[in-house]
Design a protein around this ligand. Structure first.
Ligand code: IPM
Ligand code: MG
Length: 350
């Protein structure tokens, strides 16, 4: 079981260190090797996704990633920006299926900006297509045309790309409450009309799953109006980027939410849904739980170690019940701890 660890930038190294401690505490034989990705890779090698990292990631069974990016690198040419490293590894490894759960932990109900009765018991899975759409579409660029600057990108999907992500979503719905909401903008965009058509064509193969469709603007509204109507949501890369941030905030803290990005053979890249939080980097206060929960997803999806995954998730629930909180989820009456102490608490609970 080979795991490539990419700490990345900002709080990345601190939070991945805790997740690695948790993995090492399990009685499983992992081989863990670290490499550079993002801004730290740019600083060291000039590239956000160096060849050595690509090699290690290709050879590993799974990748555990912290986070990439920071203001320091925002003015570099686009090909050298940390985000390009992340998009590069997703594309190169064919990680087309991004699973982003948004779960409300009862202990954190007050952290949500929505009323507790709207979010209590919330458990949504967003399935986001990750290697296509306007993110990777050609042509793209900024050019001068007719004497003025002109910016352009291309949205496109092939039916096979749509079909394979929808299959992942249908299968996921089968293991949950059997409700799948496919999100598109078919009233304006042809690409997403195709998306809806393909979804409808597949539906008869999954008679046990209830398929519905929703336009993305309405989906954004419904997520804050009545989020518990959703079980699994499936959508393209761009809409999924936006809706998954929105869904994560329903739970109060993006610091709690893991994600998995899988290829066709369950090789995966696992990372917290949040970013590199440069403002608190190096201070030892970041919440490591999303990364620890990402390690649990890694155990579940890539290594089929369901029992170990549940042990880790159980330990996280336990530390919340014990009242341990990092700053992002702190409220009066709970115990404020730093990154390392939170890791210690999870290890003790394990
Ligand atoms: C995410 C992030 C990335 C994305 C950025 C950092 C390129 O926002 O994983 O959601 O847009 O996919
Ligand atoms: Mg995003």
């Amino acid at each position: 079981m080979k795991i490539c660890v990419l700490p990345g930038d900002g709080i990345g190294p601190e939070i991945t260190a805790e997740a690695v401690r948790v993995l090492r505490a399990l009685d499983l034989k992992f081989e863990l090797e670290e490499a550079l990705l993002g801004g730290s890779a740019v600083d060291a090698t000039g590239s956000p996704y160096p060849e050595a990292t690509s090699k290690l990631a290709r050879e590993a069974d799974a990748v555990l990633l912290g986070a990439v990016g920071g203001p320091k690198w925002d003015t570099l040419p686009r090909e050298q920006r940390p985000e390009r490293g992340l998009l590069g590894i997703r594309k190169e490894l064919g990680l087309f299926a991004n699973l982003r759960p948004a779960i409300l932990y009862p202990e954190l109900a007050n952290a949500s900006s929505l009323k507790p009765e709207i979010v209590a018991g919330l458990d949504i899975l967003i399935v986001r297509e990750l290697t296509g759409d306007i993110y990777f579409g050609q042509p793209r660029g900024i050019e001068v045309r007719n004497g003025e600057r002109y910016g352009f990108n291309t949205m496109h999907y092939t039916e096979s790309e749509i079909r394979r992500i929808l299959r992942v979503a249908f299968e996921a719905a089968r293991k949950r409450n059997r409700k799948l909401c496919s999100v598109d903008k078919m009233n304006v965009l042809e690409t997403t009309q195709l998306w809806r058509d393909v979804a409808n064509e597949l539906a008869p193969e999954y008679p046990d799953v209830e398929l519905t469709h929703m336009l993305v603007d309405n989906a954004a509204m419904q997520l804050v109006r009545a989020p518990k109507q959703f079980d699994v949501m499936v959508t393209g890369n761009m809409f999924g980027d936006i809706l998954s941030d929105e869904a994560s905030m329903l739970t109060g803290s993006i610091g709690m939410l893991p994600s998995a990005s899988l290829d066709e053979n369950n090789k995966g890249l696992y990372e917290p849904s949040h970013g590199s939080a440069p403002d608190i980097a190096g201070k030892g206060v970041a919440n490591p739980l999303a990364t620890i929960l990402s390690a649990a997803m890694l155990l579940r999806y890539t290594f089929a170690q369901e029992e170990a995954a549940q042990r880790v998730e159980g330990a996280v629930k336990k530390v919340l019940a014990q009242g341990y909180r990092t700053g992002d989820i702190f409220e009066p009456g709970t115990k404020r701890v730093g990154t390392r102490e939170m890791g210690d608490a999870v290890l003790a609970a394990l």
